[in-house]
Ligand binder design. Sequence first.
Ligand code: SAM
Ligand code: SF4
Length: 458
Amino acid sequence: MANAIINENQINELLDQKASQAEIDEILNNALALKGISLKEAAILLNIEDKENLNKLYKIAKLLKEKIYGSRIVLFAPLYLSNYCTNNCLYCGFRFDNKSIKRKKLTTDEAISETRNILQTGHKRILLVAGEDTSQCNLDYVEELINKIYEQKLMNGEVRRLNINIAPLSVEEFQRLSTFGIGTYQSFQETYHPEIYKEMHPHGLKANYEWRLETMSRALEGGLQDVGVGALFGLADFRFEVLALLMHSQYLEKTYGVGPHTISIPRIEPAEGSDIASAPPNAITDENFKKIIAVLRLAVPYTGIILSTRERAEFRRELLELGISQISAGSKTNPGGYSEEKATEQFLVGDTRSLDEVILELATDGYLPSFCTSCYRVGRVGKDFMDLAKPGLIQLFCQPNAILTFKEYLIDYAGENTKLKGNQLINRFISDLQDSKQKELLLKDLKRIEEGTRDIYK
Ligand code: SAM
Ligand code: SF4
C-alpha cells in the first residue's frame, strides 16, 4: 500500500518544476476557483523565488483564506500525558537514548489537575500528546484519562473536544479509539523521504516507514472520521514534503472519500539532548515557511492548517494571514507543564504568551478567536463536513459559533483590555451582517450568554 500512497519517483521528477510567467499567473488565477491545484502546479509555486511572484502567491493565499475561513482562528492547547518513549527519533527530546531527561507519565489525578489548569484559562479544545511506549501509555490508560477529562467542569467551562496525537495503532486498536469520543486523530509522517526517514528513526517501532505511512489508512478503516496529517519541516527538502503531503491527501480522498481534516506544519525547534534539533539537515527559512503555508492553502483550500507555539509570536502573526486556521496558545510541551511538578519539555516553545495575551493580539488585529467545537458534537465530521465546507455552507455555522464562544470567553476569562477590544470586534461583526434574520438570532443568543447560558451552538 505504501507505494500507492507516495510515489517517490513522481515527486522527484516534479521537484524542480519551473514555468513561464504566464503559466504562474494562470495557476494563481485558477486557484481562486477554490478547486485546489495539481501536484505539478504546486511544484511550480514551491519553486517561486522572486519577490514579485511571492507577493502574488501570498495575496491569493490570503484571499482564499478570507473566503473560506473569514477572520476566524480556532484555538487549542496541548496536554502532554507522558514523555516515556521507546523510539529514538533523533530530533526529539523524548527519544529513548536521551537518558538525562526527567521522565513522567501523568497519573489520573495529575491529568485532571492539568485539565483544570488549562480550563481555567478559557480553552475548550485540548490536544492530547504522548511519547510512544505501550508499557506506559496504552489504550486502557488513554480511555480512562479521556473519560475523566471530559467529566471535568470548572466555572462555566468544560473540555468540549479532545483531539489526540499518540503513536500509530493497528486497525483493531483504532476501532477501539474511535469509541472514546475524540475529535481528530493526528499523526505526522515527520518526513516522507524514505532514506531520510530511515536515518532519523534508527530503531524502535517508528523505524518502520511503511507502518507509519499507512497510519491514516488504518485509522479510517478503524472508523475514525477526522484525521490530521503533518510533516516535521527541517528534515528533508521542504518541496518534497509539501508534494508528499498533497499526494497523501489525494490518496486518502480517493480511497476513503475524505482527505485529512487538518495538516500540521511543525518546524524543528531546539530540544534538550538533540543535536539535530539545533541544526536540522534542511533547516527552513522564514520565507520558505511562508511559501509552504501559502501553497498548501491554494492546494487544499478546505483542509485546516495548524500552527503551534513552536513559532515565535511576531512571526505567527504574519503566518495567520497566509492560511492558518488553528493555533495553539499558552502551551506547555512537558507532562505536568501546567502544574507544579514538571518533566522535561519535548522542544522549546517559541511563543510563550498566555492565552489572553494571544487573544488580545488576535482581536486587535481584527481576527475572530473561536472556541467552537460544534461540528464534531453534532456529527458534521469526515465526508459530511467536507460536503458542507466545499459549497461554503459551513460558514452558516462557523461564524455565529465563533462569535458565541468568543463572547463566553470575554465574559468568563478575559482581562479588561481583551474584553474591551473583543466586544468592539463582536459589535463590528454584527453590524456587518447582511442577513437580518441571522442578525436577530445572533443578538438573541448573545443576550442569553450575557444572562448566563453557556455552550450555545449551531
Ligand atoms: N510520539 C508520537 C509520535 O511521534 O507520533 C506523538 C507525539 S510527538 C510528541 C508529536 C510531534 O512532535 C512529532 O510527531 C514530531 O513531529 C514533533 N516533534 C518532535 N521533536 C520536535 C522538535 N524538536 N521540534 C518540533 N517538533 C518536534
Ligand atoms: Fe518518541 Fe514521538 Fe519523540 Fe519520536 S517524536 S522520540 S516517537 S515522542
